[in-house]
Design a protein around this ligand. Sequence first.
Ligand code: D6G
Length: 841
Amino acid sequence: MPYYSENHFAPLVLSKPNKKLTSLKVLGMDKKSLLRNIKHYYTHRLGRDSNCSTTHYPYMALSFAVRDRLMERWISTQHSYDEQNCRRTYYLSLEFLMGRSLGNAMLNLDIDATLREGLLELGLVLEEIAESEPDAGLGNGGLGRLAACFLDSCATLQLPVKGYGIRYQYGMFRQHIENGYQVEDPDHWLRDGNPWEVERQEFTQRVSFGGHTEYYKDALGLTRARWVDTRDVLAVPFDTPVPGFRNGTVNTLRLWQAAATDEFDLEEFNAGSYTEAVGSKNNAENITMVLYPNDSSENGKELRLKQQYFLASASLKDVLRKWKSLNGDRLDDFAAKNCFQLNDTHPTVAVAELMRLLLDEERMDWDSAWSITSATMAYTNHTLLPEALERWPVRLFRQLLPRLLDIIYEINARHLAQVATRWPGDTARQRRLSIIEEGPEPQVRMAYLAIIGSFSINGVAELHSKLLVEGLFRDFYELWPEKFNNKTNGVTQRRWLAHCNPQLKALLNDEIGDAWISDLKQIQRIAPLAGRAAFRQRWAKVKRDNKKRLADLVERECGVRFNPDALFDVQVKRIHEYKRQLLNVLHCIHLYARIKADDSDNWTPRCVLLAGKAAPGYAQAKLIVKLINNVAKVINNDPQVGDRLKMAFLPNYRVSAMEVICPGTDLSEQISTAGKEASGTGNMKFMMNGALTIGTLDGANIEIREEVGDEHFLLFGLTEEEIKVQRHDYQPDLIIARSRDLSRVMELLEKGQFNQFEPGIFDPLIAAIRSPDDPWMLAADFTSYVEAQQTAAERYLCQEEWIRSAILNCAHSGKFSTDRTMQDYNREIWRLDPIRPQPPA
Ligand code: D6G
């Protein structure tokens, strides 16, 4: 099998497969074997000696030793899948926000305690070494982290699921703050090498762009199409092992990197421009250079469409390659054995690409190709914001993917014929349901392509799925109600409790055993303990230690000292107007104003923490970051405020920061405008670690409240329906005038209290709050938010009651494990059998 490219020097191959070369002998999991390996890697592979003092090399040596233990399990898992020739699912996603791998691998292999102890014998502290690992930040936020949690749960449930994504050279930008403003720095996460991946050049694929379609008659006289004169790029896979929890299963995340073919631009080359010809290679390699840093919106960039097609095409070709290696060329059974889950509209060009591969390369007829495609594709929608539903100009498609556009037109024509049969003469409906949006610049609606081409379409929380079929996708729902379903999101308790909160893990294990780590429903067994004072005391001690750890992080990064006895009030997530960080700031200003007005009897000291990245081109969000920092500065430096209120913005929010933040949080802010946040997953991480939620009836907050009970959730704000009604006659100026508190807050903002030397900079935020068209309706929810915050503050003063609620939040978080989410996907969409790998000899 050629790899890299047809005209590359052919790789030399063994004359027959060699079985003796692979030894599947299990490496020791005991301290002695592990330490022997670590020392071996440190000296023999990395070439370091006692003069080397950085933590990086011990980290690398440790990672290699751990990785070795994954390898044999990885190989045997993949062999079991192949031997059983089982049905499989492929999770296609432009984002996988994996964070760090070391701690997770040690936990899942059950060698964390042994290694911690062993390293101490070498004079090393595990936590210090682990800090050397950069986050794999190949995602923006919730959607990308969800994909990572899904992979963890699939491996734990022993489901044959493979992730397919892109190996960006630069992940999510690093954020630092200068004079209160966000500044973006490139994240070259691969700079020091990545021990958690294996390059698999032998599975390299070719992906085409440009060119045009040519028609010809095949041997049977049938008209067929081929895509010619293309500019090709190679896709080289890098595999990352995804270990299950103590079960011998290791699944794969396969990330594609673009590489130039060895074909020089001949014209340039012959004209003597050798260096220019070589230089044009960069174009190809640019495709996987950088992750687009936009959450919930896209900007129609050509490179982004290239990334999407690159992922879809390389992954589908890889699946077909694998299929043929196990089953030969016949594809009759393909749909029975394969399923593609499309993570949002980003990879949905896969629908057209699979059709192309089946029609043009496998020479199938349209109906057979369509029956395979529409029985293997499943689409997950992640947002109700219309700007996030991707549309690509037809013009761009024609230029970049002309053959794909032909196919999309054909899919659309057949689809519209179906619509016309169902609703004869209803041309308005035909226009609404068309994949092509007409207008001066016609667009391809990617969500519609996905809906038409998929057998399953799901939202990510009950409310979200309901709103999808009532609003955005209503027409399609009328056409195919059976396709639509809900799959409420989750998070993996392995990372988000067992790994990130070791003290709480120990307490839980002590009381109820450790079954909850792979069956989170079991955690409800701590509910009765909430009534026991001795247990609450132990819980309080854990929480306080976690708050100290968080306070240290805040002090280190922000120079602000948080008192661990205060209420830790936290909002961390992407900065976006709909998430309403601005409402949180208004509340902080309100508390500040109260202190200044001497209205602080029975005060609950509060430390407010915010963190999150704003998309680099999203001016309003960046201004919110600036406002948070400016308000924090005024509050923290006012001696009259003292310990009653502290406020900080933690720069460069990322997975590993959340691992310290969520265990140390008392109050979780989930305050989006109702109907805007599809699900949320941060809300679940906080709940699992025993925070109370202050939130609107939005996304999964609704289900969180249902699970824990009204009295342990701080509810405020208009419902989605009330928002819809009030929107028509929304007069924020009037609301502000009628509220003494909000008037006072606006007055401080408007008189420039927080921007004394930068007059006018916050005017756009003020104007947004005062605008009758404010889509997020901040002013409408202000008063009830302040009331809920006041309730939180009062409840916190009664620590016994607060802790009881905190314990009950943790106890009722069982539903929000991705183990449950994956079981739901599997039962209703994927229908995979769990496969237990043969343990290596
Ligand atoms: C992973 C693990 C490795 C295995 C390979 C198979 O890299 O042991 O050989 O996957 O890849 P596929 O042939 O299943 O794509």
